[in-house]
Design a protein around this ligand. Structure first.
Ligand code: ATP
Length: 116
């Protein structure tokens, strides 16, 4: 892949992030991420804990963006009701829920002992 093509792909990916940020769900995650980062600074978490927090926060964005992409493809491919369309959307939404549960557990494990 040459440099110009790589730069163009980077541009498309940036357009994708901008498009995703127009969604309310993503905006909520941006706000939640800010709260988590401020809490992490105030709580003085270790470098290892910072790594986990950054991974979880950006992982949450990633999963949510993949969910949005799947929703759009499903709407495009199957505007009418279809069981496979429902399964695809519900599984993608389920993946977001699974990651959210993991994030809450990690948050509790890191912050609760320090706050108590
Ligand atoms: N084409 C479809 N065929 C069958 N079920 C669908 C279809 N589109 C959506 N659904 C189902 O209807 C329910 C609501 O879906 P809907 O798309 O309105 O909300 P969503 O998936 O949360 O997306 P959005 O964030 O755009 O509201 C979900 O269970 C989804 O799986």
């Amino acid at each position: 892949m040459n440099a110009r093509k790589l730069l163009r792909s980077f541009g498309y990916a940036t357009e994708g992030i901008v498009a995703a940020l127009k969604e309310q769900n993503l905006r909520f995650h941006v706000l939640a991420a800010l709260v988590v980062f401020i809490a992490s600074m105030l709580t003085k978490v270790s470098i290892m804990e910072w790594c986990i927090i950054v991974l979880v926060v950006f992982g949450m964005f990633t999963v949510e963006m993949i969910n949005s992409a799947i929703e759009r493809v499903v709407d495009l491919a199957s505007p009418e009701h279809h069981e496979l369309a429902k399964a695809a959307k519900d599984i993608a939404a389920g993946a977001v829920l699974v990651f959210s549960i993991a994030s809450v557990i990690i948050g509790v494990l890191i912050f609760l002992p320090k706050w108590l």
